[in-house]
Design a protein around this ligand. Structure first.
Ligand SMILES: Cc1cc2nc3c(=O)[nH]c(=O)nc-3n(C[C@H](O)[C@H](O)[C@H](O)COP(=O)(O)O)c2cc1C
Ligand SMILES: Nc1ncnc2c1ncn2[C@@H]1O[C@H](COP(=O)(O)OP(=O)(O)OP(=O)(O)O)[C@@H](O)[C@H]1O
Length: 317
């Protein structure tokens, strides 16, 4: 898959890189949840039918971040992870459009004439609630009108679960409440964060539960503070683990940012510096401050037992 950064205005050089007409699915696609997967599948099917490449146009930074919503600096699928997932799905090109003030102020007409037409789109695939252009003035109907027969527009029907539209916002809300199973059901996969193993304070070993501290590789949405049953992958090998996402209030006062630390079962290797990915499977309990370290240790032992039984049950299914 090619990954191409574009900054408005699109130059002749940019459009020369497009050598043949292409199918383009447009949207933020943060999370690549089941609704997004419907849109992307449609792009792939249409592209195959027309024998032209399938491309995705997505924006960076997240438009909602630029429009002042600070929490959108954290993403469900930051750009590197998204790139790898789209590649696995069979997408040919990912365009990453810089969402800067010039781009933001394009009218729907300008977006069509100055962006889509130079990108030689033959079909544009969008969801039923797609909005584009300054203040989101453009809708799928506007897109059809502005196309004037130069490209086709395919609009994907709402993909719902339990009568509710699957959306990135809903996935975020579930993660923020520790509702991992619900988030995973909307994603159609396990919510996964990636990073490297770094040194902690070394306290874990002294309390009998050594942990791999994870330094996230990109700015991921961090689920609710608390303890989770997870599966981690290190060098292609998968391990069951129990993970704390938290600020360790028993030991530390006012840690600024939560740490992610996983205790891997039946594991004794040194893995500092290794790449690690963590799949969230179940939320066990919120993090809390214990008045005695022994109480924390007894609780972690119970957490580990619960995580093991959840994860073993999964393996036997
Ligand atoms: C499964 C698990 C649950 C934990 N729960 C809590 C908790 O509820 N409260 C807390 O203060 N620390 C909790 N911790 C964090 C421990 O305090 C932490 O692992 C220990 O301080 C070691 O930190 P270090 O790796 O920075 O040395 C938990 C850790 C694990 C692995
Ligand atoms: N559940 C869905 N069914 C059909 N199309 C969808 C669905 N969710 C998103 N889309 C479409 O996929 C593209 C990318 O969606 P986008 O990431 O903007 O939406 P979203 O998941 O609803 O995000 P948010 O919750 O932040 O609004 C858009 O064209 C959008 O209309």
């Amino acid at each position: 898959m090619q990954s191409i950064k574009l900054t408005y205005p699109i130059t002749e050089n940019d459009s020369h890189t497009v050598t043949e007409p292409q199918v383009m699915a447009i949207g933020e696609f943060d999370g690549l949840h089941l609704g997004h997967q419907e849109v992307i599948k449609r792009a792939l099917t249409t592209a195959k039918h027309l024998r032209t490449p399938a491309a995705i146009m997505t924006f960076h930074p997240h438009p909602k971040e630029v429009l002042g919503q600070q929490k959108y600096t954290q993403l469900l699928t930051p750009v590197d992870q998204k790139r790898r997932m789209l590649e696995r799905m069979g997408v040919d090109t990912m365009y990453l459009v810089s969402f800067n003030p010039d781009f933001m102020q394009l009218t729907p007409e300008q977006f069509v004439e100055n962006v889509l037409i130079p990108m030689k789109v033959n079909t544009v695939i969008v969801g039923f609630d797609f909005n584009f252009g300054y203040r989101g003035a453009g809708t799928p109907d506007t897109l059809c009108e502005l196309a004037q027969g130069r490209f086709a527009v395919e609009v994907v029907r709402p993909y719902q679960q339990g009568g509710v539209k699957v959306s990135s916002t809903l996935v975020r809300e579930h993660l923020q409440k520790g509702e991992i199973e619900e988030a995973n059901a909307l994603l159609g996969r396990r919510y996964t964060v990636e990073g490297t193993v770094v040194n902690g304070d070394g306290r874990g070993r002294t309390i009998g539960f050594p942990t791999a501290n994870i330094n996230l590789a990109e700015s991921f949405v961090i689920p609710a503070l608390g303890v989770y049953a997870v599966q981690v992958t290190i060098d292609g090998e998968k391990f069951n683990a129990v993970m704390n996402v938290g600020k360790k209030p028993t030991f530390v006062a006012d840690l600024e940012r939560p740490t992610l630390e996983a205790h891997l079962f039946d594991f004794s290797r040194t893995i500092y510096g290794s790449a690690i990915s963590v799949e969230f499977i179940a939320f066990l309990r919120p993090e809390r401050k214990f008045s005695a370290v022994d109480e924390l240790i007894a609780q972690i032992r119970r957490d580990a037992d619960r995580a093991k039984s959840i994860l073993t049950a999964l393996e036997n299914n």
